[in-house]
Design a protein. Sequence first.
Length: 270
Amino acid sequence: MNNYYSIGETAKLADTTIETLRHYDRIHLLKPAKVDPSSGYRYYSDKELIYLDVINFCKKKNMPLHKIKDVFTNDNLDYIINFLKTKDEEIEQEIKQLNKTKSQLSALRKQYENQAYLSDVPLSPTHFSTKALGERAIVKIHSLQKPSLESFHQLQDALNQQLEDAPKDTFVFDLRANIMTTTSEPSENSSVFFVVCEKYPEQADWISILPKGIYLYGYCSEEQRMETIQNIAAHAKAEYNTEIPFVIQSVIFTGMFQWVYEIQVLLTSA
């Protein structure tokens, strides 16, 4: 059963004007589904709404109305199919660009949120607290070890290269940079990048697990990083009698070329 809409309802649903719909009718670009013979009122169906969406998209691409009309009145079905396929591809490209812009805006917003949060947090190689963290599934990226702006930018490409044979649609990653450093010899050579998996298949050889538990943590600058790693391991040993095999360093961007670290070590697992 068809749904019919008045010209006013159609204009609202299609984000256009009543006069525009009347103009489309006059130039035979888009006729209403039916016209009441006694009142002359125009009524449109869902089919016309779909056409209106296509017309609006073509107009946004600066396509003249007479060319749009030529498409809809063309008797060559292959021509119409190819035209709609091309527009579909253009929309997909716009969606990709919008998603990219959205991600960039989200990253920028996160930087300002980090700045606001860290404005009251001391950056210190000796100031530590504890908190509970849940289990984290991670993928280590062995081609990246040394933290730098270049390596942060290379993170996604390095991950894709490492998992090139893995089914991509089964993984969802939090692409914030993290670094794991062994404490026996804390240096760049004992470090490896990793990302946290938000979704992954049950059988995945690339997955390691950071256990749920109580973590000792603190915040520091790039200049304080190696000193903080040594101090947090010593603090865990002195205050909690805990030997720390590795230290986690989560990179927190506070600006386009600025970042600090949240340093974490596991005290007790749950």
